[in-house]
Every structure is written in structure tokens, then in C-alpha cells.
Design a protein. Sequence first.
Length: 91
Amino acid sequence: MPPASSKHEDNSKRFHPTDEELVLYYLKRKMCGRSLKLDIIGEVDVYKWDLEELPGYRQWFFFSPRDRKYPNGGRSSRATMNGYWKATGKP
């Protein structure tokens, strides 16, 4: 069942999924190639941008490709034009 979106004072829509809704509905459907009722999750290669170039002070959701550092390797490439994205936490 798709999560409900809330209306803001100016009649614009807001996207506030719970963590469970985000993973079990939106991301699962996106990964399986199934359509979403709301086209709310953009596809952006965040590795092509440095942190300063991304919109700030808001929470954004992106579906991003995962490139490999070496063609036959298991390590992800997190390089940007001026540095790299640091991996934090455990997968």
C-alpha cells in the first residue's frame, strides 16, 4: 500500500515517508523496476557532485548508480571532481 503524502499550507505536497515505507515501498519498487504512484525519487549520480554543489539544509532522497573503483573489483568508486565521498557506517 502506498504511503500517504501530506499537504502543506500552500497546497503543495510534502514527502515524509517513514524509514519502513521508504525501504519497503519506494526503494523496493524502484529496484525491481516497478512504477511508483508518485515520481518523487529522482535518479542522480551524486558522485559527480561535491557536497557544496548539492542543495543544502533539506533532506533529499536520491537513487544513485554504484560504480566500481576497478572493473573487476568489489570496491565502490566514490570519487568526485575535487575529492571523494566518505563511507560511514556499516552496510
